[in-house]
Design a protein around this ligand. Structure first.
Ligand code: FAD
Length: 476
């Protein structure tokens, strides 16, 4: 489509329309398992440019793939192999537009890197609490597109809960200015919530008004060894009782996940790794609005009660920020340690917290029975009922062959178990192109039909990230 490429060059400037050379940063997914081919990568610098690009693509019938940091884990932001899709990269739109400290809001463009948003809040003495291991690369537009979770959801909620308003370019190239800093606004359907989590299938988010919070006076981190998943859930209930809104992090890590960190990153020194009878460890974070002494006293009271109740075997509270960072580093190193161990099958699932012990017991036993030798790397945001319930090939086996032969079966066993326990096959990573078949299987026909009606109404040409999330009749 030479005419379209020429129009795009006129809109954003020739250096910002990439058609040749190494485009792998935009064309392959984060895990490097999917490699696409774009018609062009277009990098607009303003909302008006995004609108003009979308209009030109719509007129030419060219499908568009909105992209932020391309760190998504469901293959929603990379082009397919057709060579027809235009990647619309938002990373040049990275300005902070407005700070309102009385309203506790920050308005930023969609291509702002999450870490820069956190830093802009910090500079104003405030907190933007969204936090995840990809924060140095992912963008706020991508966070909104996927409704990202991360490590602070137990206190502050998902990205959806942190957003008050949006600016969006519709699939027709119109601009919807919904950038409002209102905490109350019951005036019709909630369009903001429709776009959040829609993974670029309903429009392009170009800016957002985000909620800020006071910074805590002190933050303490503890690591507890627990004897079972039941005890980890009991500890969570106690932590809610003792810390209230101070509980800002509650992560669980299975022993095998920690053994992998110990094996591949021995310098990280995993606490209690040599103790027997400790199948899980829990990382807790307590953010206190008063002082460090107050935070420590509350943490100690919690841990004392937990010891007495028998739900903690051993525990350590970080003495300083460096120690706290080291504990978090261990938790965040699990995916890397797992990758070092070899290819694996990932599941980002959620189950009501009360049902997690039953889900884990059932699914661990099921997989051990059906696929002998299989190794389970189970960790995640227990405070949100979200587990990364991953499956590693049997030790010494050919991991590539294992994935080829067993991936579909493992996925089926795990996702059926999730459904039986009232859970979701995608807690925080979205559906993307990777799990559209799962959406079709696990969403109810009524929900699917409403979703298709929304997509059809907003994007009747089916050009906005087509084939991702929802298979419309023409791509099914
Ligand atoms: P991209 O990957 O570029 O895009 C993701 C989706 O959003 C795509 O469907 C894309 O089309 C759409 N999109 C992007 N920008 C826009 C826009 N401006 N308008 C409309 N749609 C858009 N996720 C979590 O939820 N919690 C975690 O704890 C977490 N940890 C991670 C750790 C690592 C090491 C990595 C690599 C990823 C992790 N992720 C996590 C996944 C990922 O970082 C998030 O999904 C993140 O929100 C994606 O942001 P991005 O800018 O990279 O988006």
């Amino acid at each position: 489509m030479p005419d379209l490429i020429e129009q795009l060059r006129q809109i954003v400037g020739a250096p910002h329309v990439l058609t040749e050379g190494d485009l792998s940063a935009w064309e392959q997914d984060w895990r490097r398992r999917v490699h696409g081919k774009a018609l062009a990568v277009v990098r607009p610098a303003s909302t008006q440019e995004v609108a003009a690009v979308v209009k030109a693509c719509a007129a030419a019938g060219a499908p568009m793939v909105p992209q932020g940091g391309n760190t998504g884990l469901s293959v929603g932001s990379t082009p397919d192999t057709s060579g027809r899709e235009v990647v619309l990269s938002l990373t040049r739109m990275n300005a902070v537009r407005a700070l309102d400290t009385d309203n506790l809001t920050l308005t930023v463009e969609a291509g702002c890197i999450l870490q820069n948003v956190q830093e802009a809040a910090e500079k104003a003495g405030l907190l933007f609490p969204l936090s995840l291991a990809a924060e140095g690369s992912c963008t706020i537009g991508g966070n909104l597109g996927t409704n990202a979770g991360g490590t602070q959801v137990v206190r502050y909620g998902n990205t959806r809960d942190l957003c008050l308003g949006l600016e969006v370019v519709t699939p027709q190239g119109e601009v919807w200015d919904g950038l409002r800093g209102l905490r109350k606004d019951n005036t019709g359907y909630d369009l903001r919530d429709l776009f959040i989590g829609s993974e670029g299938t309903l429009g392009v988010i170009t800016a957002a008004t985000l909620k800020l919070y006071p910074r805590p006076a002190a933050q303490l981190t503890a690591w507890a060894a627990v004897s079972s998943m039941e005890q980890a859930v009991r500890l969570l209930a106690l932590a809610h009782q003792h810390l209230g809104a101070g509980l800002t992090g509650f992560e669980v890590m299975g022993r095998f996940a920690l053994q992998l960190v110990d094996k591949h990153m021995p310098q990280l020194r995993v606490p209690f790794i040599d103790q027997d009878g400790v199948p899980y460890a829990v990382l807790l974070e307590n953010s206190d609005s008063e002082s460090e002494d107050h935070a420590r006293a509350r943490f100690e009271a919690l841990l004392e009660t937990a010891f007495e109740a028998g739900c903690v075997q051993d525990a350590v509270v970080a003495e300083n920020i460096a120690q706290a960072q080291q504990l978090w580093h261990i938790r965040e190193s699990i995916p890397l340690a797992q990758a070092e161990e070899g290819l694996n099958i990932k599941h980002d699932i959620s189950v009501p917290i009360s049902r997690i012990p039953a889900f884990v017991a059932h699914t661990d036993a099921l997989l051990a029975r059906e696929i002998p030798g299989v190794r389970l790397v189970n960790f995640g945001h227990l405070g949100d009922g979200n587990l990364h319930y991953n499956v590693q090939a049997p030790e010494g086996g050919d991991a590539k062959a294992f994935l080829r032969e067993q991936e579909d079966r493992v996925n089926h066993l795990v996702y059926e178990a999730v459904a039986e326990h009232g859970g979701s096959f995608s807690a925080e990573h979205g559906v993307g192109a990777l799990k559209t078949d799962k959406l079709a299987r696990y969403q109810s026909p009524v929900a699917l039909s409403m979703m298709r009606a929304i997509k059809q109404a907003l994007d009747p040409q089916n050009l906005m990230n087509p084939g991702r999330v929802l298979a419309m009749p023409e791509n099914s």
